[in-house]
Design a protein around this ligand. Structure first.
Ligand SMILES: [Zn+2]
Length: 310
């Protein structure tokens, strides 16, 4: 009887000990894996890559002050538009490494087809849903287009990196307020010049012209680098002369990113001054670069139209 009781106690003790050991190791394992996750979260930042400069500036604003996010730029800042850009091996590596790839879309990154398929569900297309004119990708060149793209990027970032969504939304509100103020200021200041004719260097300004009521009389190079033939140049000069001969004003613009030699030929033939209008495709890697670029465009336009009046 005594022996049976002792056996029972030993059995109960063994079971309790076994349960304790199993529970202890389970708790220890869970705590260890939690520690690992938190350690890797500390060292692993969310890597966001912008295809080119205007998108990068938007991302600088949207990720401002968010510590676990790292923004990089694919095409070097001095590239300008990506019309003839060739992806390098380094670019492909950057694309593979990033967690979120943000592109303009609407044909600006045609060379990206392969990269798109690489990233599948982690690509944010800033112009997604925007209705382009003739497939023109220069959406950000109008301030309302930039606002559209900033909103699309914010939506994309919030869905792909939900942990930081509140911070993205907070930054969005701050940047949008600045962009809205810029749009309003430009619309008010340029209202007296609505209907003015402009000649732009490349096909980057249709949205800008529509926003501020300008009419594009001619475009010098459809894409940067496609220098007009002698026949095309003669046609541009002829169309300018027919406008000025009617006593109408037209302002001639080059772009700071590209050689203004063709614009100078047109200037010599027509007597028009050459001004610079910036499509904001390169410049300083600063949060306010786009706003400063547009402010400069505003003063250049006001100056150009005031000069034309003289
Ligand atoms: Zn362009």
């Amino acid at each position: 009887m005594e022996e049976k009781k002792s056996l029972k106690i030993t059995l109960i003790f063994t079971i309790c000990f076994f349960v304790f050991i199993v529970s202890f190791f389970s708790v220890w394992k869970v705590s260890l894996s939690e520690k690992r996750v938190s350690a890797s979260a500390d060292s692993e930042k969310i890597k966001i890559t912008a295809s080119f400069y205007p998108i990068y500036i938007m991302l600088l604003n949207l990720t401002d002050g968010i510590d676990d996010v790292e923004v990089s730029l694919l095409a070097p800042a001095e590239t300008g538009c990506l019309h003839d850009y060739q992806l390098t091996t380094g670019d492909m590596k950057l694309i593979e490494k990033c967690d979120i790839l943000v592109v303009n879309g609407s044909g600006m990154e045609d060379f990206f087809d392969k990269a798109f398929s690489l990233k599948k569900n982690s690509v944010v297309v800033a112009s997604d849903g925007f209705k382009p004119f003739d497939g023109n990708p220069h959406v950000w060149v109008s301030v309302s287009g930039a606002i559209y793209e900033v909103q699309k990027i914010t939506e994309g970032l919030c869905s792909l990196d939900s942990k930081n969504s509140e911070s993205y939304k907070k930054n969005y509100l701050i940047y949008i307020e600045k962009l809205n103020a810029l749009e309003q200021k430009m619309k008010t200041s340029l209202a007296p010049f609505a209907g003015k004719k402009i000649i732009t260097f490349h096909e980057a300004f249709p949205y800008f012209a529509k926003e501020f009521g300008f009419e594009i009389s001619a475009v010098i190079e459809q894409e940067p680098g496609t220098v007009p033939s002698a026949k095309e140049l003669a046609k541009i000069i002829e169309s300018i002369k027919s406008v000025t001969n009617r006593g109408e004003e037209v302002a001639l613009f080059a772009e700071p990113q590209y050689s203004s030699s063709v614009a100078k030929i047109i200037s010599n033939e027509t007597g028009l001054s050459v001004y610079e209008l910036d499509p904001c495709v390169n410049g300083q890697l600063e949060k306010n670069a786009y706003i400063e670029g547009m402010e400069k465009n505003l003063s250049v336009l006001m100056n150009a139209f005031s000069e034309e009046k003289k």
